[in-house]
Design a protein around this ligand. Structure first.
Ligand code: ATP
Length: 486
């Protein structure tokens, strides 16, 4: 019917449609608001969250994930949940198979091999499995918290790095790596020699990880950081009531903590003559007595020692016991300074950038040619650690929309003598020890003689030697030139 009534019915239908559309629009907008709110909550969470869909593909990660795991959103989205795992099995896959939640699963994740504990649960909508959600917690944070509450340094009981985590391009470094690999396959005591920041600790981790003791503890003792008065009780532990302030139950020392595993004695050149005697006894007898105790405790540890000092020189001038030196000098591995392996620079920069991106929650892609050239011409007295610091500073000064390190982001770096021109990779890998040691010894002698000749006046000695005062201070420190010779 095409009468008036009909028209009224038609208009009512249009009005009803408009009302429905309006309601729908309101619902959509509130769903959008809810989605935004949920996203804001997930993004604000300090907990690391990742979600996979029903097909087991990653569909959501939050910024805390990027920071902790060290991988960018675009590197993981749409990928299987195993993409970020270094060690262990994917909890998402487990949850999807069992449709049950899991709690407290330890894993190692991301380029930095971060140790985390994961809880995960299935996403069930009307009984249908739609995916899985996981939350990761950084274990080192817990360890730090426990340490700050108990006042006790956290024990490092697992090695975090393998040989794959060591950049070694040039022949000198590859040789060091090869030696270390050989040493790892034996139970021999290893002595890591190299300047500060060359990667001795990383090598120690890698040797342990590749050894038969890899699933046993790895305990690092920084001999320079523990005060002399505490070193003995920290190393050997003590019996109940051994001294005032001692725990009633007594305490295990680091040696016992390392039993069955590896004991990493970092900065071994720093220990006092008295401790040298005690340590020698442990290495010879393979047993020790707790402070205040009488019972000898058997010990089964593999020792890796490291020093940035010239121990041979220290033995000659009486600073280090000869017998202890020979005990630890079983399998020496010399790690060359960065200035002698400039061919490693490009790869090191890439490796460190991945690590720093993770630490700073950034996604810096690379470095300009001019900036790389500037880094290649620096002498790197602080070695890889200095390079890491320079790159960290660059990341800090960069704006969030910049993804390439430019010279403007770098601090002033003095070009090394003889490297004023463009760096040529062919000039890589200066000769290895013993020539380096000979040169170092000659340098040490020259500096000590100059200081003597100038009555200890460092500014004058620096002028005579033709080096900056800063370099002189660095070298005095590096070669442990005693104050009395100054
Ligand atoms: N070959 C390498 N590849 C990748 N990273 C490295 C390498 N060498 C050193 N690093 C990094 O450089 C920094 C310094 O290394 P490390 O602490 O192992 O040096 P070190 O020789 O033990 O220093 P120190 O004598 O001062 O204790 C660390 O962050 C380490 O991870």
């Amino acid at each position: 019917m095409r009468d008036e009534n009909n028209q009224i019915v038609g208009a009512a239908a249009v009005f009803r449609d408009i009302t429905e559309v309006r309601q729908l629009a309101e619902e959509i907008s509130s769903v959008r608001e809810m989605k935004k709110l949920l996203e804001a909550i997930i993004n604000a969470s300090q907990d690391v969250i990742s979600v996979v869909d029903g097909q087991g593909k990653i569909i959501l990660v939050n910024p805390a994930y990027t920071r902790l795991i060290g991988m960018r959103r675009e590197d993981v989205m749409g990928k299987p949940p195993t993409v970020d795992i270094r060690q262990g099995e994917s909890v998402h896959l487990r949850v999807m198979q069992s449709r049950e939640a899991v709690r407290g699963v330890p894993l190692r994740v991301g380029p930095a091999n971060r140790e985390v504990i994961i809880n995960a649960a299935p996403l069930l909508v009307d009984g249908r499995l739609c995916g899985s959600v996981a939350m990761a917690h950084d274990i080192s944070e817990f360890k730090g918290l426990i340490a700050s509450r108990t006042g006790r340094a956290p024990l490092q009981e697992q090695a975090c790095y393998t040989f794959d985590d060591i950049v070694a391009v040039g022949s000198a470094m590859r040789m060091a790596l090869e030696n270390a690999r050989r040493a790892a396959a034996t139970p021999a005591t290893v002595l890591l020699l190299g300047e500060s920041g060359t990667g001795k600790e990383r090598f120690a981790h890698a040797i342990h990880s590749a050894s038969q003791r890899s699933n046993r503890p790895f305990v690092r003792v920084n001999c320079a950081a523990i005060p002399e008065t505490l070193l003995e009780s920290q190393l050997f532990g003590y019996e109940a009531g051994a001294f005032s302030g001692a725990l009633k139950s007594g305490k295990k020392g680091l040696l016992e903590e390392a039993d069955g595993g590896t004991l990493f004695l970092d900065e071994i050149g720093e220990i006092s003559p008295a401790m040298q005697v005690k340590l020698l006894r442990v290495l010879q007898e393979k047993e020790f007595i707790r402070v205040g105790g009488v019972r000898a405790i058997q010990l089964d540890v593999r020792v890796i020692a490291a020093t940035n000092q010239n121990l041979e020189e220290a033995v000659k001038n009486g600073g280090f016991r000869k017998d202890l030196y020979y005990r630890i000098h079983v399998f020496p591995v010399f790690i060359p300074p960065l200035r002698c392996r400039r061919g490693d620079l490009t790869q090191l920069i890439g490796h460190l950038l991945a690590k720093l991106n993770w630490e700073y929650g950034r996604s810096v892609q690379g470095i300009s040619e001019a900036a790389a050239d500037m880094l290649a011409r620096h002498n790197w007295p602080g070695n890889v650690r200095e390079l890491e610091n320079v790159l960290s500073r660059a990341l800090i000064v960069m704006n969030f929309d910049e993804d390439t390190i430019l010279t403007a982001h770098l601090p002033p770096l003095a070009p090394a003598a003889g490297l004023a021109g463009r760096y040529s990779p062919a000039a890589d890998d200066l000769p290895l020890s013993p020539l380096t040691e000979t040169v170092a010894a000659a340098e040490r002698r020259a500096i000590a003689a100059a200081l003597d000749g100038c009555g200890g006046n460092r500014a004058e000695a620096a002028r005579k030697l033709g080096i900056s005062l800063r370099t002189l201070y660095y070298k005095i420190d590096k070669y442990a030139i005693a104050d009395d010779s100054v």
